[in-house]
Design a protein around this ligand. Structure first.
Ligand code: KG4
Ligand code: ZN
Length: 302
């Protein structure tokens, strides 16, 4: 079965073609360089970029692949920016009519859940930590069709906080990769941050950590590097501690990491030590991409 996936939920325009769950083609054009000048995504401008990019990506793929071989279309339905999602939806509907095949709406977070499953199938039950610019959650899956959110952020998403901390410290956008690069040498003095307590055992809260860093930055007592690297260390520790707590409660056969923040080296290294069967996507598949959207449909239809 050949599936074409479309992802336009935020600032990446991505189209992929997968066959029997394996990636044949994928083109992802990120807008993050364009939005670096604004320090964040502006939805209206993002929609315009998607409109232009998606046509160019389709034209390029059509010159490389016979679209009559495609059996189904998977497009991101939600969650995401309303305007950018509409572009993916409309292109999916147009292709569906031209190719006379069905277009299926897919949940973006489910996409992140399956993003590490291309090399090796998950063994269920499975636990996933999904951390991105829009979401931070723990998901428990009894099997591939029963995925339940057991914890999520009560305020900001972790990626969003990476971005805000980096903006405050003048490190650039998107913040995650900038902070990671700055701290690669591990040469910094730790500034302790208080880790938030939440009522729900597996919920997260990040706004307190963000405020602490912003207040400390305003006081100008610590260098930007010390603050940025301390934030990265404390935030990653917090994510790992929550995941560990979950593992004490639930017996699982696979531990999965997903979402843009899963590209973070410190998180990847710490995560690998938590369980004997860990799945971590490549960096290309950790950030938003269409292959993971197509994979969700493959898992549903197979
Ligand atoms: O999943 P994603 O590509 O888009 C959303 O669905 O939000 O995640 C983007 C987020 C951004 O906040 C970015 O700063 C963060 O992922 N990110 C990272 C790293 N690479 C991307 N955060 C920490 N370390 C990284 N290496
Ligand atoms: Zn995402």
């Amino acid at each position: 079965m050949v599936i074409l996936g479309i992802e336009t939920s935020h600032d990446d325009t991505s189209i992929a073609i997968i066959e029997k769950g394996k990636i044949l083609k994928m083109i992802t054009w990120s807008q993050s360089d364009f939005f670096a000048q604004y320090g964040g995504t502006i939805p209206e401008l993002s929609s315009r970029q998607h409109s232009q990019n998606i046509i160019r990506i389709i034209d390029k793929l059509k010159s490389e692949f016979d679209f009559s071989k495609i059996d189904a279309i998977a497009y991101t339905e939600k969650p995401g920016l309303i305007g950018t999602l509409q572009i993916g939806f409309l292109v999916a509907q147009a292709l569906s009519r031209v190719l006379k095949i069905k277009a299926y709406p897919i949940d973006h977070i489910e996409g992140h859940f399956f993003s590490a499953s291309f090399e090796k199938n998950y063994l269920f039950p499975a636990l996933a930590l999904i951390v991105s610019g829009g979401h931070s959650q723990l998901m428990l899956a009894k099997d591939k069709d029963n995925i339940e959110v057991i914890g999520s952020t009560l305020d900001d998403a972790i990626g969003e906080v990476f971005d805000k901390v980096a903006t405050k410290l003048n490190l650039g956008f998107p913040g995650g990769p900038k902070i990671e690069a700055l701290c690669k040498d591990n040469d910094f003095d730790l500034v302790k941050l208080t880790k938030p307590k939440t009522q729900g055992e597996f919920d997260f809260s990040f706004s307190g950590m963000k405020s602490q860093v912003i207040n400390l930055a305003n006081q100008k007592k610590h260098s930007s590097k010390n603050l940025a690297c301390s934030f990265q260390k404390e935030a990653v520790d917090y994510l790992l501690e929550k995941t560990k707590k979950c593992l004490e409660k639930y017996k699982i056969n696979s531990l999965i990491l997903g979402g843009g923040v899963a590209a973070n080296f410190l998180l990847r290294e710490g995560f690998k030590k938590l369980h004997e069967n860990v799945y971590i996507p490549s960096k290309e598949l950790a950030t938003d991409n269409a292959a993971m959207i197509a994979k969700v449909l493959y898992e549903k239809l197979k």
